[in-house]
Design a protein around this ligand. Structure first.
Ligand code: MG
Length: 459
């Protein structure tokens, strides 16, 4: 039997893979696990805006209550707010019914620790074993539990307001175009920005469960229409979220797409100027993050790719901010996971307090030249990356194997890494010297092909 849990919990197409029977079974496995730790466990459950979410959530809740677990149903919310709820309500676990940025026919289940963080791999594999064995705790009639409902918006809004300088935003009144993809962000972000005194134009905020306005993955290709709106209206900034609003990407007032590395570095700078502490990011993120950290004399820890590992490291080292190159930022003080809502608020605050434009803040960051490329490869991608690593190491290059193979140069690096979900190899390169990013990219591509002569590669 293959593993059920991937990098993002369980995810698949409804109803072939993920359906109500699956959800009940998964809830029973999770409930049985929680019952083995505590007599009366309590779990927070919420969902994103997908059409199938209601039915999956109801089944999941019924699986928990019939396993002797009390449930607090927080309804339809962005993933970060569900994670926030678990921590705020001091429960023993949580579950988010979401398929993040996947198309509308998908759904998924992401299990949480009591503090709202994604469930650790170790615990996930215990739940997986219970799921496979089917040895569930079936509560006798007197131990079946109940569900209560709670609206968490006010608690989240208050917690956000406690952490920012509202007055500076209210006096600047930034104009923000917010594209929520018809996802869960639409239920929170426009309202929150209005409360903060922003002028908001909400785009794709119709929550139908179909993501009919645009694909919920916020990449340049899917944001072409939003770009036109931004160019026509010149807001102070534009934000676009993925389906469950844990990620946010940004555009400047002239519709230029800002790389996730840069928005992360901007937020990092802003956070560190208020409170110094360790920074955590992955091996795939730009060295801008290190240069910003150097200005404040703090350490940067680099992990494998994935928000769960970044969050785990943040807790371990007492970090103040964590993030990824794809626009995911983690504020461990508020939510133990990526929060695309608070990221937006922090950027709005940074603009307001500085009195500068978003463009100026971005161009004020240390400059690096980058290439983010991917190639399609058939066959065993992980072994192919290892063969590449062996070849370049044997030629005397310095290679970091934290995740994939990262060749380190004096003025930059190139990372060759197999995607966990698609048949592709990502090649990211960067340098402080213009032109070298291309040199390092081409070097890695040719060495990768040389090390894997039998492999079919399409550029
Ligand atoms: Mg997401």
């Amino acid at each position: 039997m293959g593993k059920i849990f991937g990098t993002f919990g369980v995810r698949g197409v409804y109803p072939d893979f993920l359906n109500e029977e699956f959800a009940i079974k998964m809830a029973r496995a999770f409930g049985t696990f929680l019952k083995s730790l505590k007599d009366e466990p309590k779990v927070v459950v919420g969902k994103d805006t997908r059409r199938t979410g209601e039915s999956i959530k109801e089944s999941f809740i019924s699986g928990l209550t019939s396993s002797g677990v009390d449930v607090i149903d927080v309804g339809t919310l962005p993933t970060p707010l569900i994670q926030f709820s678990a921590r705020f309500l001091k429960v023993d676990g949580g579950a988010v019914i979401t398929a993040s940025h996947n198309p509308p026919e998908y759904n998924g289940i992401k299990l949480l620790e009591g503090n709202g963080m994604g469930l650790s791999r170790k615990k996930e594999s215990i739940v997986e074993d219970i799921f496979e064995d089917g040895k569930f705790y079936k509560a006798p009639w007197w131990d079946t539990r109940s569900r209560s409902s709670k609206d968490m918006k006010i608690d989240y809004f208050s917690s956000v307001l406690e952490r920012i300088d509202v007055d500076s935003i209210r006096s600047r009144k930034p104009f923000v175009v917010a594209d929520e993809a018809g996802g869960a962000g639409a239920l929170i972000l426009p309202k929150l920005l209005e409360i903060l005194g922003c002028k908001v134009l909400s785009v794709n905020s119709h929550v139908s469960g179909f993501f009919s306005a645009r694909n919920p993955e916020p990449n340049e290709l899917n944001l072409k229409d939003t770009e036109k709106i931004v160019k026509a209206l010149s807001p102070d900034l534009a934000v676009a979220q993925d389906g469950d609003a844990d990620r946010a990407v940004f555009m400047t007032s002239d519709g230029k797409f800002v790389q996730g590395d840069k928005t992360f570095a901007l937020v990092e700078k802003f956070i560190l100027s208020a409170k110094k502490g360790p920074v955590v990011t992955t091996v795939a993120t730009s060295n801008i993050v290190d240069e910003v950290a150097k200005e404040f004399g703090v350490d940067v820890y680099r992990t494998k790719v994935g928000d769960l590992v970044v969050t785990g490291k943040l807790l371990e080292v007492g970090g103040v901010i964590g993030g990824e190159e794809n626009g995911g930022v983690i504020f461990p003080d508020l939510v133990l996971g990526r929060d695309g809502i608070f990221t937006t608020v922090k950027i709005v605050e940074a603009i307001s307090k500085s009195g500068k434009s978003f463009e100026d803040l971005i161009s004020g960051l240390p400059k690096f030249y980058q290439i983010k490329d991917k190639i399609r490869v058939r066959g065993d991608r992980k072994s192919a990356v290892l063969r590449f690593a062996e070849l370049v190491e044997s030629e005397g290059y310095r290679v970091d194997l934290t995740d994939g193979a990262k060749v380190i140069f004096e003025d930059g690096w190139v990372l060759v890494r197999a995607s966990g979900t698609e048949p592709i190899i990502r090649i990211f390169s960067e340098s402080k010297i213009e032109g070298n990013e291309k040199k390092y990219h081409d070097f890695a591509l040719s060495k990768f092909i040389e090390a894997n002569e039998d492999l079919e590669v399409e550029s």
